[in-house]
Ligand binder design. Sequence first.
Ligand SMILES: [Mn+2]
Length: 238
Amino acid sequence: MIKKKPLIGITGSRRKGENLRDGLEVMNDLSFEAYWVDDAECIIAAGGIPVFLPLSLDPEEFIPRLDGILMSGGADIDPRQYGAEPAPELESIEPIRDEFELKLLKEAYESELPIAGICRGLQILNVYAGGTLFQDIPTHSVRDQPPLSCVHKVTFDDGSILAELYGRSMEVNSLHHQSIAKLGDGFIAAGIADDQGIEAIEHCELPILAVQWHPEMLITRDSDPLFRWLIEHSSENL
Ligand SMILES: [Mn+2]
């Protein structure tokens, strides 16, 4: 018998047809939704089945059907979600996605579903838990090199799950221009950059890990322990 694989919801983004370079002009005002194929492929490589979550869905309906969640990278979070006014350096925001993901997290928390967060995924987890963000950290926004380029070190806290997964430290890519200011309730800052910026968080009680870098873009992606951790914990729900 084929072993049942866990279903992992992946969050994505809604855009206008005009953003498709090969799209038909007549469809410019229609919307499409997109997810990063690297995320899906890493979940497949780790033994899960990725499920894309359209923003029109009600999380209350799909959370009971899923075994785990990957909160993916994407646009900036609307600062008003954490009580701040938009700074001039704020990049594009996607309020409909913010609303969807915050509602999704409420349901996922209640179900104690395993969650992994990447980049924006870490940031929305922090905001959901009452934390705040720096709206622009230019030194971490290294976008003039291929996404697999490792540009700074992350050191993990002794005794953290992330240290168990990654060891004492690792070199990572850095495509984000925002990062955690005030840490959200229930989380520890398990990974710190050399400038003391928070690069990885884990929840003290719930199965939630999140990283600020993009493991799915690194050369080590197919054996990355974050995805392995997510699939192992999600398999407990089968
Ligand atoms: Mn960084």
